[in-house]
Design a protein around this ligand. Structure first.
Ligand code: PLP
Length: 392
């Protein structure tokens, strides 16, 4: 079979076998509705509670502070719309950043149309916010700060603890989208000082369509899905029991060996970064050199088109992402790469390669061997590159 190398773990991860095994009985054998009084229901209620307890432990959160949702996007929507609705009489100002995931950015843009006022903090060339700018943006009517933990494109980690402290001093609710950080770094909601945190299972070897919102006890937030009394009356709808069970198992596995997991990813990441930057001229790393996700490599390769590169990599079996929002069918450069100051051309020549648990050293060597000649071939078609290379 043709060699295939998956380097798109930030887009999604395969489910671990242990996760799938744990889930299977809940599709047919153990199918009861957790709200039912009979044993079929009670057993499933217990399965949900077990999963909730496991996940709460990984966050040092209370079991009653975990609320399951339909994924990371729903959690982000809930956090932002839920606080906006609960505190609309107190104020209508929200602070976020220019580099958030679309689940946060588009929700904020929606609220702007509804009469809310949003400040989008800028980031520096590494993708970091400026704490002083955050302080200066706070107003008497600020009701929410929402800043992601780890960026999904460039991997930069924000100073969440410092932001948490500032939010607390100013009595403002603090939400973080920690979808990419979870399972890759250790986190403690109390140490971080967050009030709300979004997570998603399919980024940590769990199933798709399941996530959660951590809600610190006492945080003012309205539901966005109304109906039955599930999730302690805060998120209606019959629970996705197999997915919740899978999420719990994935969380358990992720934190069983977190240090070994992340140091392995860091080793492979740095090997890939060094290999590519040594072999390809006019390449640079995007994101912060050290404050970054263990498995994230994002590079800009001058004088090439990221889309052509993706297609040629796909032909040799390498799956990764480029620097444009191609998911929407458009070729707009990524808002994150624009925010860190790249030109349109450079953003288009960017690649995101994300490493995960099933990535081998052989995979990394394969990319280091196969990517440079592809870049060279594409560059031969670039008149600009010929000029630069010729030194005139
Ligand atoms: C994937 C992702 C989401 C969305 O999660 P879904 O479960 O796919 O809805 C939100 N934020 C970040 C940072 C992500 O990487």
């Amino acid at each position: 079979m043709k060699k295939r190398v998956y380097l798109d773990y930030s887009a999604t991860t395969p489910m671990k076998k242990e996760v799938l095994d744990e889930m299977l009985p809940f599709f047919n054998v153990q199918f009861g509705n957790p709200s039912s009084i009979h044993c079929f229901g009670r057993e499933n209620k217990a399965a949900i509670d077990k999963s909730r307890t496991t996940i709460a432990k990984t966050l040092n959160a209370g079991v009653d502070e975990i609320f399951f949702t339909g994924g990371g996007s729903e959690s982000d929507n809930w956090a932002i719309k839920g606080v906006a609705s609960a505190l609309k009489n107190k104020g209508k100002h929200i602070i976020t950043t220019e580099i958030e995931h679309h689940a946060v950015l588009h929700t904020c843009q929606f609220l702007e149309k509804e009469g809310y006022d949003v400040t989008y903090l800028k980031v520096d060339k590494y993708g970091l916010i400026d704490i002083e700018e955050l302080k200066a943006a706070i107003r008497p009517d600020t009701i929410l700060i929402t800043i992601m933990y780890a960026n999904n494109e460039i991997g930069t980690l924000q100073p969440i603890k410092e932001i948490g402290k500032i939010a607390k001093e100013n009595k403002i609710i603090f939400h973080t989208d920690a979808v990419q950080a979870y399972g890759n770094i250790e986190m403690d909601v109390n140490e971080l000082g967050v009030d709300l945190m979004s997570l998603s299972a399919h980024k940590v070897y769990g199933p798709k369509g399941i996530g959660l919102l951590y809600i610190r006890k006492g945080t003012k937030i309205q539901p966005i899905i109304h109906g039955g009394a599930q999730e302690r009356r805060r998120r209606a709808g019959t629970e996705n029991v197999p997915a919740i069970v899978g999420f719990g198992k994935a969380a358990e596995l992720a934190y069983e060996n977190i240090e070994e997991h992340s140091s392995r990813l860091i080793y492979l990441r740095d090997k890939l970064i060094n290999g590519l930057t040594e072999k390809i001229p006019f390449v640079h790393l995007n994101g912060h050199p050290t404050k970054r996700l263990p498995g994230n490599v994002n590079i800009s390769i001058e004088f090439i088109e990221g889309e052509s590169l993706l297609l040629m990599l796909d032909m040799v079996g390498v799956a990764c992402s480029s620097g444009s929002a191609c998911t929407s069918g458009s070729l707009d450069p990524s808002h994150v790469l624009m925010a860190i100051g790249l030109t349109h051309e450079t953003a288009h020549g960017s690649l995101r390669l994300t490493i995960g648990d099933y990535t081998t050293e052989e995979d990394i060597d394969y990319v280091i061997e196969n990517l440079p000649p592809i870049v060279e071939r594409l560059r031969q078609m670039s008149p600009l590159y010929e000029k630069v290379k010729g030194g005139n």
